[in-house]
Ligand binder design. Structure first.
Ligand code: ADP
Length: 136
């Protein structure tokens, strides 16, 4: 059904990642791609000045390794992307740059059953230019 699917994963709450990748594998066309992406949230400038040099680069490198491990464990060979920025806006920017035709996103943090949609998921559902599938 879909040629290029973006699966954004919050590495601080990655329990739902496996299920999201499972759904992606089911709705993906034969020969289609799955891209795993994570966004390291921006830190306010007054905090940045207190951080050791290279802090952000290290965070992005670590995030990429974690995503690769998740992709390997799930048996998908797709690309992985780690970027810093505002989570929802960056997820949508990656989807546009990569010309994804579907974003699969979890509804909210695991355990927060009372929430209908988390803030990142809600923003992506409202503003993404491609289709969005919300997993629960
Ligand atoms: P909550 O507010 O309950 O944490 P969110 O809307 O932030 O809910 O998170 C729901 C989903 O949005 C996550 O499971 C993930 O798919 C995506 N997401 C949230 N934050 C990030 C992030 N920093 N990087 C990539 N994906 C994210």
């Amino acid at each position: 059904m879909y040629k290029k699917i973006l699966v954004p994963i919050d590495l601080t709450h990655q329990e739902k990642g496996k299920a999201m990748i499972g759904v992606a594998s089911q709705v993906k066309d034969a020969g289609g791609d799955i891209i795993l992406a994570t966004v390291v949230p921006d830190i306010p400038p007054y905090v940045v000045s207190d951080l050791p040099a290279g802090f952000f680069d290290n965070q992005l490198t670590d995030a990429l390794s974690e995503l690769k491990a998740i992709a390997n464990a799930a048996g998908i060979g797709g690309r992985v992307i780690a970027r810093s920025g505002h989570p929802a806006n960056t997820i949508m920017a990656i989807a546009e740059e990569e010309e994804c035709d579907l974003i699969i996103i979890a509804s909210h943090r695991p355990g927060l059953q009372d929430y209908f949609l988390g803030s990142t998921a809600a923003r992506v559902v409202r503003h993404a230019k491609c289709s969005v599938l919300v997993t629960r």
